[in-house]
Write a protein that binds this ligand. Structure first.
Ligand code: ATP
Length: 135
């Protein structure tokens, strides 16, 4: 079994979609092993999105992710990383995310794509340490 870090981003929290996201995770058969509502400071945001440093959308992404509380979760199950990315849908909610996925059902713009899920088991380990240092 594998772990992944899931975030409901500020747009998802603001729109009242926390329950919907958690519900889809649970219905898929994945397990919540940590869950927290968290205000994200600049330092955590920079560390989380370090791979995007220098990209044109980096500054705007940091502003967005620090703009309000996020829900962070550690999710566990067989192939949890891929399983959650399937539930979430592709990064662009219109061009990439299929209907029936979280982003496909609720998203319109690439920045405001509601959720984050680690992209590999290695990223998951790094991100879980970052978001849940006590875990
Ligand atoms: P996440 O890492 O949040 O799960 P992802 O792995 O699907 O998303 P990445 O390519 O890692 O996508 O991009 C990280 C986040 O940066 C995206 O989820 C989105 O919020 C934002 N983003 C990506 N591309 C753009 C863009 N072209 N313009 C604005 N924001 C973007």
């Amino acid at each position: 079994s594998e772990r992944t870090l899931v975030l409901v981003k500020p747009d998802g929290v603001e729109r009242g979609l926390v329950g919907e996201v958690i519900s889809r995770i649970e219905r898929k058969g994945l397990k919540l092993v940590a869950l927290e509502l968290k205000k994200v400071d600049r330092q955590l945001a920079e560390q989380h999105y370090a791979e995007h440093d220098g990209k044109p959308f980096f500054e705007s992404l940091l502003e967005f992710i620090t703009s309000g509380p996020v829900v962070a979760a550690v999710v566990e199950g067989p192939r949890a990383v891929s399983a959650f990315r399937q539930i979430a849908g592709g990064t662009d909610p219109v061009d990439k995310a299929a209907p029936g996925s979280i982003r496909g059902d609720y998203g319109l713009e690439v920045q405001y794509n509601l959720v984050h899920g680690s992209d590999s088991a290695e990223s998951a380990e790094r991100e879980i340490k970052l978001w849940f240092p006590e875990f």
